[in-house]
Design a protein around this ligand. Structure first.
Ligand SMILES: [Zn+2]
Ligand SMILES: [Zn+2]
Length: 258
């Protein structure tokens, strides 16, 4: 049975209680890590996830809490003498940033001992990893405000949410969003599980984004700033019973069977 393991659940703020947001999707024949921000190697160690079991990494966007742990993670994989290929799934506009980041970190392809295979994603085009896992990336508005800065026009501001299909269950993973309309990105699909961040969107906007009839079976809240935790818990406690039972506030190490 497939399982979601919350490797980190923090916002961009570094705290002692949570690592930065990252989720491992574990199926019988593939382990997909979503995002690899600052501290990911230690986060995986803490959750007792061997570096070698990770088959692929899917990146949502290039804020430091989502990708800058990549180079350090490749070092750890090199040190354990990994041999199997590592897949990297990333928007086509961002792939060179990761490639160059590794080269600038002296992690040359011919020196690390295993192959990194880049799979460049096109917005809204479904990518099948295997029979059990596929996903559709769609652009969200997370980076819209910074993309208006004149001096950086040549830079990509790609930021994706994903509809992941795992063992026939549909998971809408928001990653980081810009505003509440980003919750509507996959409304043309049936969503079994919503994994939403709660730093750039209010919990009440997450709940009201759905009608009673089409509320996802489960809503997992992550990307949590610890300063907001008490008010978030209070908000959930005050919800009607039928809503409350659907919602989980994620913490590092949370495991959810799909
Ligand atoms: Zn973030
Ligand atoms: Zn972000």
């Amino acid at each position: 049975m497939a399982e979601l393991i919350f490797i980190g659940t923090s916002s961009g703020k570094t705290t002692l209680n949570r690592f930065h947001s990252s989720i491992l999707i574990s199926t019988s024949n593939y382990n997909l890590l979503i995002d690899a921000g600052d501290g990911i190697s230690k986060a995986l160690l803490t959750q007792q996830v061997s570096y070698d079991v990770i088959d692929g990494i899917l990146f949502s966007h290039l804020h430091p809490d989502h990708y800058t742990g990549m180079a350090a993670l490749i070092v750890q994989m090199k040190m354990i003498e990994r041999k199997k290929t590592l897949d990297v799934f990333i928007n086509s506009e961002l792939a060179d940033v990761i490639r160059n980041f590794l080269i600038q970190s002296y992690l040359f392809p011919e020196r690390i001992g295993f192959v990194i295979e880049y799979h460049q994603l096109t917005d809204n085009i479904k990518f099948n990893i295997n029979d059990d896992i596929s996903f559709i990336p769609r652009q969200n508005s997370h980076l819209s405000s910074v993309s208006k800065l004149d001096d950086y026009e040549s830079q990509s501001f790609s930021s994706s949410s994903f509809l992941l299909s795992v063992d026939d269950k549909n998971i809408h993973y928001t990653s980081d969003v810009g505003e509440k309309n980003d919750l509507q990105l996959f409304r043309d699909k049936t969503i079994d599980c919503l994994i939403s961040e709660v730093t750039h969107i209010k919990p009440e906007d997450i709940i009201t984004a759905f009608d009673k009839s089409d509320l996802p079976g489960r809503i997992i809240l992550t990307h949590i700033c610890d300063d907001d935790l008490i008010s978030l818990q209070k908000f959930i406690l005050e919800l009607p019973e039928n809503l409350k039972e659907k919602i989980i506030i994620a913490s590092d190490g949370l495991k959810i069977k799909l």
